[in-house]
Ligand binder design. Structure first.
Ligand code: CTP
Length: 432
C-alpha cells in the first residue's frame, strides 16, 4: 500500500461487548485515509467475527500466534512494527495486565511486547473492575511506560451498572488517532481521564441511599404528628456523596429544602412510606439513615376531620410503633448494604446510648449528636463517629462540612474493602 507507515494503525480488538464499536472505528479511519490492520483476540472473536473485521479493514485478520500461514505471510514482530500506532480497543483488564507486566502468551500480548510504536488504549470494562486497585496499578504502569489512555467514559454500561468503564465512543478514539498522526511521530496525548476515578470521584459507580427530614404521621386529614428535623444534615450528606461521584437516592420526609443537585430525590410523608421507598431503592452499597423518623403514629388515622364535640372530653390519641427503617436495612440478607450508617439523636450519655443503638439496630457506624441544643434545624453539628475500630470526635462544624467528612470516610472504607477483594454481604449492586 502506498501509505506512509505512520498513517497505519494496528488495531487490537479485545474481548468485550464494546468490540462492535471498533468496527465503526475502522470505518472512520478508512474514510480519513488511515489504513487499519487488525489483531482479534480469542475473546474478541466472541463479540465480532473475523469476517466482518476483514471486510472493513480490507485485509487479513490476525488471530493466532502459532499460525504457520500468518507467520509465513507476516511474522508477529513485523506485524507489531509495520504500523505507526497500535490501538487497543476495547482494552480489557486482562490485556492491560499482560502488557503492564510483560506477559506474551498470545498474539495480542506478544505484539504489544514486541512493538516499538506508541500504544493507545481504550479501556472497556465493568466499573468495579476499572476501579479495582490492581487495574489502576496496571493503568499507572502503562502510563509510566508511555501509553496513551482514551477514556473510559462514565455512563450506563451494558452490564446494567453505572460509572466509569464504558469504552470511549469511536469518534473520540478516532479524533485521538487523528490528533496523534497530525502531531507527528513521538507525540503523546495527555491522559487526564485515566486515573481520575480514584482521585476526584472515589465513589463513582457506587449506589447510596440516604433518608432525611422528619416523617409526618396523620391524625386526620388536617392534623399530624411530626418533629423539628429540617433535613439539612441528610440533604448535605446526599450532596456530598454525589459530589464524590456516587449515584444517590434521597428518600425525604416533608422539608422546605430544594432537591440536592445530581441526586434522585423521592418525597414521602409517613415512616411506612419512607420504608417502602427505601426498600424499592435497594440494592445499594451504603445506606445512611439520617431521617428523624417518628417513633409512633396514631393507631387510626380517620378519613374525616375530628370534630370538637360539645361537652365531651378531648379525644384520646392512641399510638402504635412505626417500623424501624435503620434496623430493617441492617438486617442480614442478600440485599443488606455493605455499610449501614445511622444517627443517634441523644440528650445525655451520648456515646453509651449510641453504642447501645448500634447493637440494637445492627448497623455498622453511628454518628451521634447532642440534640439538647440547637442542632435540630440549625446550621452546625458536633458529632461523635462511632465505629468498631474506635470513636472520633468531630468538633462543631457546618453540616455541609460534616457531610463532606463523612463522604470521605465512606470512600476510604469502601475503597479499602475493594482493595482487599471483599465484596460484602451482597457482592455487587446493579441499577434498580
Ligand atoms: N430510625 C429509623 N426508623 C425509626 C426510628 C429511627 O430509621 N423508626 C433511625 C434514625 O434515622 C437514626 C437512628 O434510627 O439513624 C436512631 O434514631 P433515634 O431517634 O436517635 O433513635 P430511636 O430509634 O428513636 O431510639 P430512642 O428514641 O430510644 O433514642
Amino acid at each position: 500500500m502506498g501509505l506512509a507507515p505512520e498513517r497505519r494503525v494496528l488495531l487490537i480488538i479485545g474481548g468485550g461487548i464494546a468490540a462492535y464499536k471498533s468496527l465503526l472505528l475502522i470505518r472512520l479511519c478508512a474514510r480519513a485515509g488511515i489504513a487499519t490492520r487488525a489483531v482479534l483476540t480469542k475473546a474478541g472473536a466472541e463479540f465480532v467475527t473475523p469476517l466482518s473485521v476483514a471486510a472493513l479493514t480490507g485485509d487479513k485478520v490476525y488471530t493466532d500466534l502459532f499460525s504457520l500461514t500468518d507467520e509465513a505471510e507476516m511474522g508477529h514482530i513485523q506485524l507489531s512494527r509495520a504500523a505507526g500506532l497500535v490501538v487497543v480497543a476495547p482494552a480489557t483488564a486482562d490485556l492491560m495486565a499482560k502488557a503492564a507486566n510483560g506477559h506474551a502468551n498470545d498474539l495480542a500480548s506478544t505484539v504489544l511486547l514486541a512493538t516499538d510504536k506508541p500504544v493507545m488504549w481504550a479501556p472497556a470494562m465493568n466499573v468495579r473492575m476499572w476501579m479495582h486497585k490492581a487495574v489502576q496499578r496496571n493503568v499507572e504502569t502503562l502510563l509510566e511506560d508511555g501509553a496513551m489512555m482514551i477514556g473510559p467514559e462514565d455512563g450506563d454500561m451494558a452490564c446494567g451498572e453505572f460509572g466509569p468503564g464504558r469504552m470511549a465512543e469511536p469518534e473520540t478514539i478516532f479524533a485521538a488517532i487523528e490528533a496523534f498522526f497530525k502531531a507527528g511521530e513521538g507525540h503523546r496525548l495527555p491522559a487526564p481521564e485515566a486515573t481520575r476515578c480514584l482521585s476526584d470521584r472515589p465513589l463513582a459507580g457506587r449506589r447510596m441511599l440516604v433518608t432525611a427530614g422528619p416523617t409526618l404521621e396523620a391524625i386526620d386529614p388536617v392534623r399530624f404528628l411530626s418533629n423539628r428535623s429540617s433535613g439539612k444534615q441528610g440533604y448535605a450528606i446526599a450532596a456530598a456523596l454525589a459530589e464524590l461521584g456516587a449515584e444517590v437516592v434521597l428518600v425525604s420526609g416533608p422539608t422546605a429544602l430544594p432537591d440536592p443537585k445530581d441526586v434522585r430525590t423521592l418525597r414521602v410523608e409517613s415512616a411506612r412510606d419512607m420504608l417502602a421507598a427505601c426498600e424499592q431503592s435497594l440494592p445499594v452499597d451504603a445506606a445512611f439513615c439520617v431521617a428523624a423518623v417518628a417513633d409512633w403514629r396514631p393507631a387510626r388515622a380517620t378519613g374525616r376531620k375530628i370534630k370538637k364535640e360539645k361537652d365531651s372530653p378531648p379525644p384520646a390519641l392512641a399510638l402504635v410503633e412505626n417500623p424501624d427503617i435503620l434496623a430493617s436495612l441492617s438486617r442480614p440478607g442478600k440485599n443488606r448494604p455493605r455499610l449501614v450508617v445511622g444517627f443517634a439523636a441523644e440528650t445525655n450519655d451520648i456515646e453509651a446510648h449510641a453504642r447501645a443503638k448500634i447493637a440494637r439496630k445492627g448497623c455498622d457506624w453511628i454518628l451521634a449528636n447532642d440534640v439538647s441544643g440547637d442542632v435540630m434545624g440549625g446550621e452546625d453539628n458536633e458529632i461523635l463517629l462511632i465505629r468498631s475500630e474506635g470513636t472520633e470526635h468531630w468538633p462543631r462544624m457546618p453540616k455541609a462540612e460534616a457531610a463532606a467528612r463523612l463522604a470521605a470516610a465512606v470512600a476510604a472504607h469502601l475503597g479499602e474493602e475493594s482493595g482487599r477483594g471483599i465484596e460484602g454481604n451482597r457482592g455487587r449492586t446493579s441499577r434498580a
